[in-house]
Design a protein around this ligand. Sequence first.
Ligand code: SAH
Length: 212
Amino acid sequence: MYERERKELIDKLSQKGIWDQAVLKAIGKVERHKFLSKAFHNHAYKDIALPIGYGQSISQPYTVAFMTQELHLKPNSKVLEIGTGSGYQAAILVHMKMQVYSIERNIDLYLKTRNLFDSINLRVHSKYGDGTIGWAEYSPYDGIIVTAGSPSVPEPLKKQIAIGGKLVIPVGNKNSQKLKILTKLEEDVFDERDEPEFSFVPLIGREGWNTK
Ligand code: SAH
């Protein structure tokens, strides 16, 4: 179902500058409509963010593709996602053959998406909790992707990246953020660059926005 729409979507993303074939292939395979309620199925393959309930949203496919591409992952890498949401970003990573760990702070979304992962047989290690403190137990990660906007880069996440690994995180105010791409060169030493201009829902937690 929707195969033609997915093909059109990957054509559009490559026109917009996405070059990573593994990312494009995953977007061509993952059925984004399954991560949305029925009311949005007809819009699932448009390059737009869509509501997933609880005031949250599934990111625009271009944003998913861009952030994933910026992680520069080799197959079988270990990746931590903060903000499981609908599960779509996690599914893209699984289809790229990554070992995926994902944290969600909204209990209802966590449970709903956990059930979806089980029902479509998607192997994601998911956890309910505050992702701003990371998931130390399985660290270090080759890549950490934060899919909500933060006022600053949470220190625990910097600690949990492997040497040579990357952290991609939107940092800014509540309306607009720059995407920060950090590469860990050695312990406590990072290369850092910014990509304008993105808009994510807020990252709420101990090392994120502390208010609701
Ligand atoms: N990656 C998701 C995007 C979901 S939107 C997808 O593909 O659909 C961002 C998600 O981050 C929301 O579900 C929100 O509840 C969650 N979130 C916000 N702050 C968080 C935190 N501190 N830890 C974990 N999840 C958080």
